[in-house]
Design a protein around this ligand. Structure first.
Ligand SMILES: Cc1cc2nc3c(=O)[nH]c(=O)nc-3n(C[C@H](O)[C@H](O)[C@H](O)COP(=O)(O)OP(=O)(O)OC[C@H]3O[C@@H](n4cnc5c(N)ncnc54)[C@H](O)[C@@H]3O)c2cc1C
Length: 398
């Protein structure tokens, strides 16, 4: 008899919708607090935005100027991930490089804002920057070293899934939430479609956590609730060869192609930013974006122009808010957690949106604190100090 057939009707205290990094971190946190949970993901784990991001472990410096809330979240979570998820990270640091007089002048307010957010910095002159990264544009005037790094976009979330599953969580892939069941103004379960067998069934729950990333608005909409998601895609281009060892950022307010992240023997340049109405529209790379990545990125590392392109891809940021700011650059990267009882009069449903791959653990802590309050449980978060299992452990449990 299958595990599914044993439980009739199936009932879990918590059902998580969405198997990206955020859903994985939530499942891990729930499990550590002793809350039985199931996660449904309509595709493979990490098949949404999580498996296709840029791979920068943010120190927060990129957001220190325009988005200090997100910057503080990043620097705090960066430190925690170093302790609990070391094998998924490369601790190679980052350099913000100034190539013009205006960028050199930007260094002062930038350092000031980093200090205010608690982000460690080290100012180096152009000669030292070139000694650290010989392929930088020789015009580099100065650079600021920060604790950025490289994330393995797949291994990091899989470490959360591996630990959660080993601790008893139920993870169901190719299982799509197609409806939310309600009774008396309260969500009572999730109708799912098993995409392998075409079977539809219902999982009942005390609480549903919507962690569907750029699709969070669609999932909340199944219960008549709202999450103001603005899907905001960006293009990334990987070229062959490791052109720098550190993460190279432009010392200016965020713009196109201003980050180059080394990933194994590749260099990934990104990104652009524009608005779409649905995340599905973010599957196509708009004309001219790849060329723009190479052209702008090569201002920081001229060798980029001659490097063979290995791949290019697009992913949609699950940002919160309306279409304000140029292509989404002005929108905060901070996250929000929604209790739909308070927001829309729909009980039994909680959503989380926004944030970064770097802040997935912190997002989960906030969500699960709310889950505990709603379920009347007192169970402290233990994810800050719990070292995660290796990603391979996910596959060793049948
Ligand atoms: C261009 C770009 C570059 C980025 N670079 C970085 C970076 O360098 N560093 C960083 O820290 N962050 C970066 N980010 C941000 C980061 O990728 C996201 O914040 C993070 O991956 C979001 O994860 P998530 O789990 O919330 O969403 P997702 O990974 O999208 O997960 C949501 C999941 O829900 C599933 N789902 C949707 N609807 C249903 C349904 N009805 N039933 C079941 N499952 C469903 C989807 O299939 C998906 O797997 C970048 C984002 C973009 C777009």
């Amino acid at each position: 008899m299958s595990a599914t057939a044993k439980r009739q009707p199936e009932r879990y205290p918590v059902i998580v919708v969405g198997g990206g990094g955020t859903g994985g971190a939530i499942l891990h946190d729930l499990t550590l607090r002793g809350i039985e949970a199931v996660l449904v993901e309509r595709g493979e784990l990490t098949s949404g935005t999580t498996g296709r991001h840029h791979g920068q472990l943010h120190s927060g410096a990129r957001y220190a100027f325009n988005d200090p809330e997100s910057a503080v979240e990043c620097v705090e979570e960066n430190e925690i991930l170093r302790r609990i998820a070391r094998p998924a990270l490369e601790l190679n640091d980052g350099l913000f490089v100034a190539l013009s007089e205006a960028e050199e002048a930007f260094s002062e307010p930038f350092l000031e804002r980093c200090r205010a957010c608690g982000i460690p910095t080290r100012l180096v002159d152009g000669k030292t920057a070139l000694a650290l990264e010989p392929k930088l544009n020789p015009r580099v005037r100065l650079a600021i070293q920060v604790p950025d790094g490289t994330i393995d976009a797949w291994r990091l979330p899989m470490m959360f899934f591996a630990t959660a599953r080993t601790n008893g969580a139920d993870v169901r892939t190719f299982t799509e939430a197609i409806g939310l069941e309600s009774a008396a103004g309260r969500v009572t379960g999730v109708q799912v479609l098993d995409r392998r067998t075409d079977r539809q069934y219902t999982i009942q729950g005390d609480l549903v956590v919507n962690a569907a990333g750029p699709w969070a608005g669609q999932v909340a909409g199944m219960a008549g609730a709202t999450v103001p998601i603005q899907p905001t895609p960006g293009v990334m281009v990987a070229v062959r060869g490791r052109l720098a060892n550190m993460v190279i950022n432009r010392l200016s307010p965020p713009g196109d192609a201003d980050i180059i992240v080394p990933q194994r023997n590749l260099s990934v340049v990104g990104t652009t930013s524009w608005f779409v109405d649905t995340p599905e529209e973010a599957l196509v790379c708009p004309e001219g974006h790849i060329e723009r990545m190479i052209e702008k990125g090569s201002e920081m590392i001229p060798a980029l122009t001659a490097a063979p392109v290995r791949a290019a891809w697009v992913a949609a940021r699950p940002l919160i808010g309306g279409k304000n700011g140029e292509g989404g650059r002005a929108m905060s990267r901070a996250f929000r957690c929604y209790d739909h009882q308070a927001e829309d009069g729909v009980d039994g449903l909680v959503s989380v949106a926004g944030g970064k791959a770097t802040t997935l653990r912190g997002m989960a802590e906030t969500v699960v604190d709310l889950v505990c309050t709603k379920l009347g449980l007192e169970a402290p978060c233990r994810t800050r100090e719990t070292v995660l299992l290796p990603h391979k452990a996910f596959f060793s449990k049948g």
